[in-house]
Design a protein around this ligand. Structure first.
Ligand SMILES: C[S@@+](CC[C@H](N)C(=O)[O-])C[C@H]1O[C@@H](n2cnc3c(N)ncnc32)[C@H](O)[C@@H]1O
Length: 289
């Protein structure tokens, strides 16, 4: 597992032990690599290691082989001026069927340049937020087009001046799960081949049900209709051993199951921006959760 920009918690002497909590709990002995830096930090402390500890580096140029099972990250991509190399590095180091699981700040529109140039708004993890539709495009371009939203939360500011500056832009945090699949297997719509997926309830902490994302929840032991892409995502990912998935049958047209999404994950994420706006303010305030 690689934690992209895990921050100070993973620096020696805590490396390995106090890697981001998720990494620490998921990595066995010797597993797990944390990275943090950005160009300034690399100059300041140019050490690195590839032994399962931390490495210092720019998320846009990661020193890791293409064999990582899971890349995680929290509240980092919005702070990078160019998101493309960060996402494409995550895609590169993942093995086929590997997963990028991250939370970050998104916006319901493109942020105007004068706000992107505002150092306070940028440092507050707001004005570097990606417009969710551009994010979807970027994910497809870097080979991570198979993604879904796992969680969402409105981001609010308590500061009047900040609120005035950002106007009616909606900022929200999304937790995204993307599985690396062969891009040639992706279609622009979910297609139905009559398949079902049945969850075995064996993932610790998810004994009764497991949600691949907000649109794909599987109750233990219940055959659940899935589109062809979701079926192959499950089988090619680390979730495969926990599911039985029926064989692909003849094509039955567009998938209309409960998890069908108008406009794909981008459409769903844009819808969530509207939902977030009408939701009560989040307890955790700004940044990602
Ligand atoms: C808001 S903190 C989040 C830290 C950690 N992921 C967490 O959840 O607590 C953002 C982190 O991103 C790092 N960072 C910013 N730009 C970076 C870049 N281009 N490459 C790697 N790390 C970067 C910063 O050093 C900082 O530790």
């Amino acid at each position: 597992m690689a934690d992209c920009a895990s921050a100070e918690g993973c620096w020696p002497p805590q490396a390995k032990k106090e890697c981001a909590p998720a990494a620490a709990s998921c990595c066995g002995e010797g597993g797990g690599a944390c990275g943090d830096g950005g160009p300034a930090k690399v100059e300041e402390e140019p050490s690195s290691s590839s032994d399962g500890g931390k490495s210092c580096g720019d998320a846009a140029a990661v020193a890791a082989p293409e064999s990582v099972d899971v890349v995680i990250s929290n509240c980092v991509i919005n702070l990078t001026p160019d998101k493309r190399p960060v996402l494409s590095e995550a895609a590169r180091i993942l093995k086929p069927g590997g997963e990028l699981y991250f939370s970050d700040v998104f916006a319901d529109r493109r942020i105007p340049k004068h706000l992107r140039d505002d150092k306070v708004l940028f440092g507050e993890c707001l004005s570097g937020a990606l417009y969710v539709k551009d994010f979807g495009q970027l994910m497809s371009e870097v080979g991570l087009g198979a993604w879904g939203v796992v969680n969402h939360l409105l981001i609010t500011a308590n500061n009047e001046k900040i609120l005035e500056r950002v106007g009616d832009i909606t900022f929200y945090s999304l937790t995204v799960r993307a599985i690396k699949v062969d891009p040639s297997k992706l279609e622009d719509a979910l297609e139905d081949f009559g398949q079902t997926a049945t969850y075995n309830g064996a993932i610790p902490g998810y004994e009764e049900f497991f949600s691949l994302d907000l649109k794909n929840t599987f109750a233990k032991g219940k055959p659940t209709p899935v589109d062809g892409l979701t079926a192959s995502l499950i089988l090619s990912s680390r979730y495969g051993p926990h599911f039985s998935v029926t064989e692909k049958g003849s094509h039955r047209g567009i998938f209309c199951g409960e998890n069908a999404i108008a406009g794909g994950p981008v459409g769903w994420a844009l819808f969530l921006a509207k939902e977030a706006k009408n939701a009560p303010p989040a307890k955790c305030g700004s940044c990602c959760c």
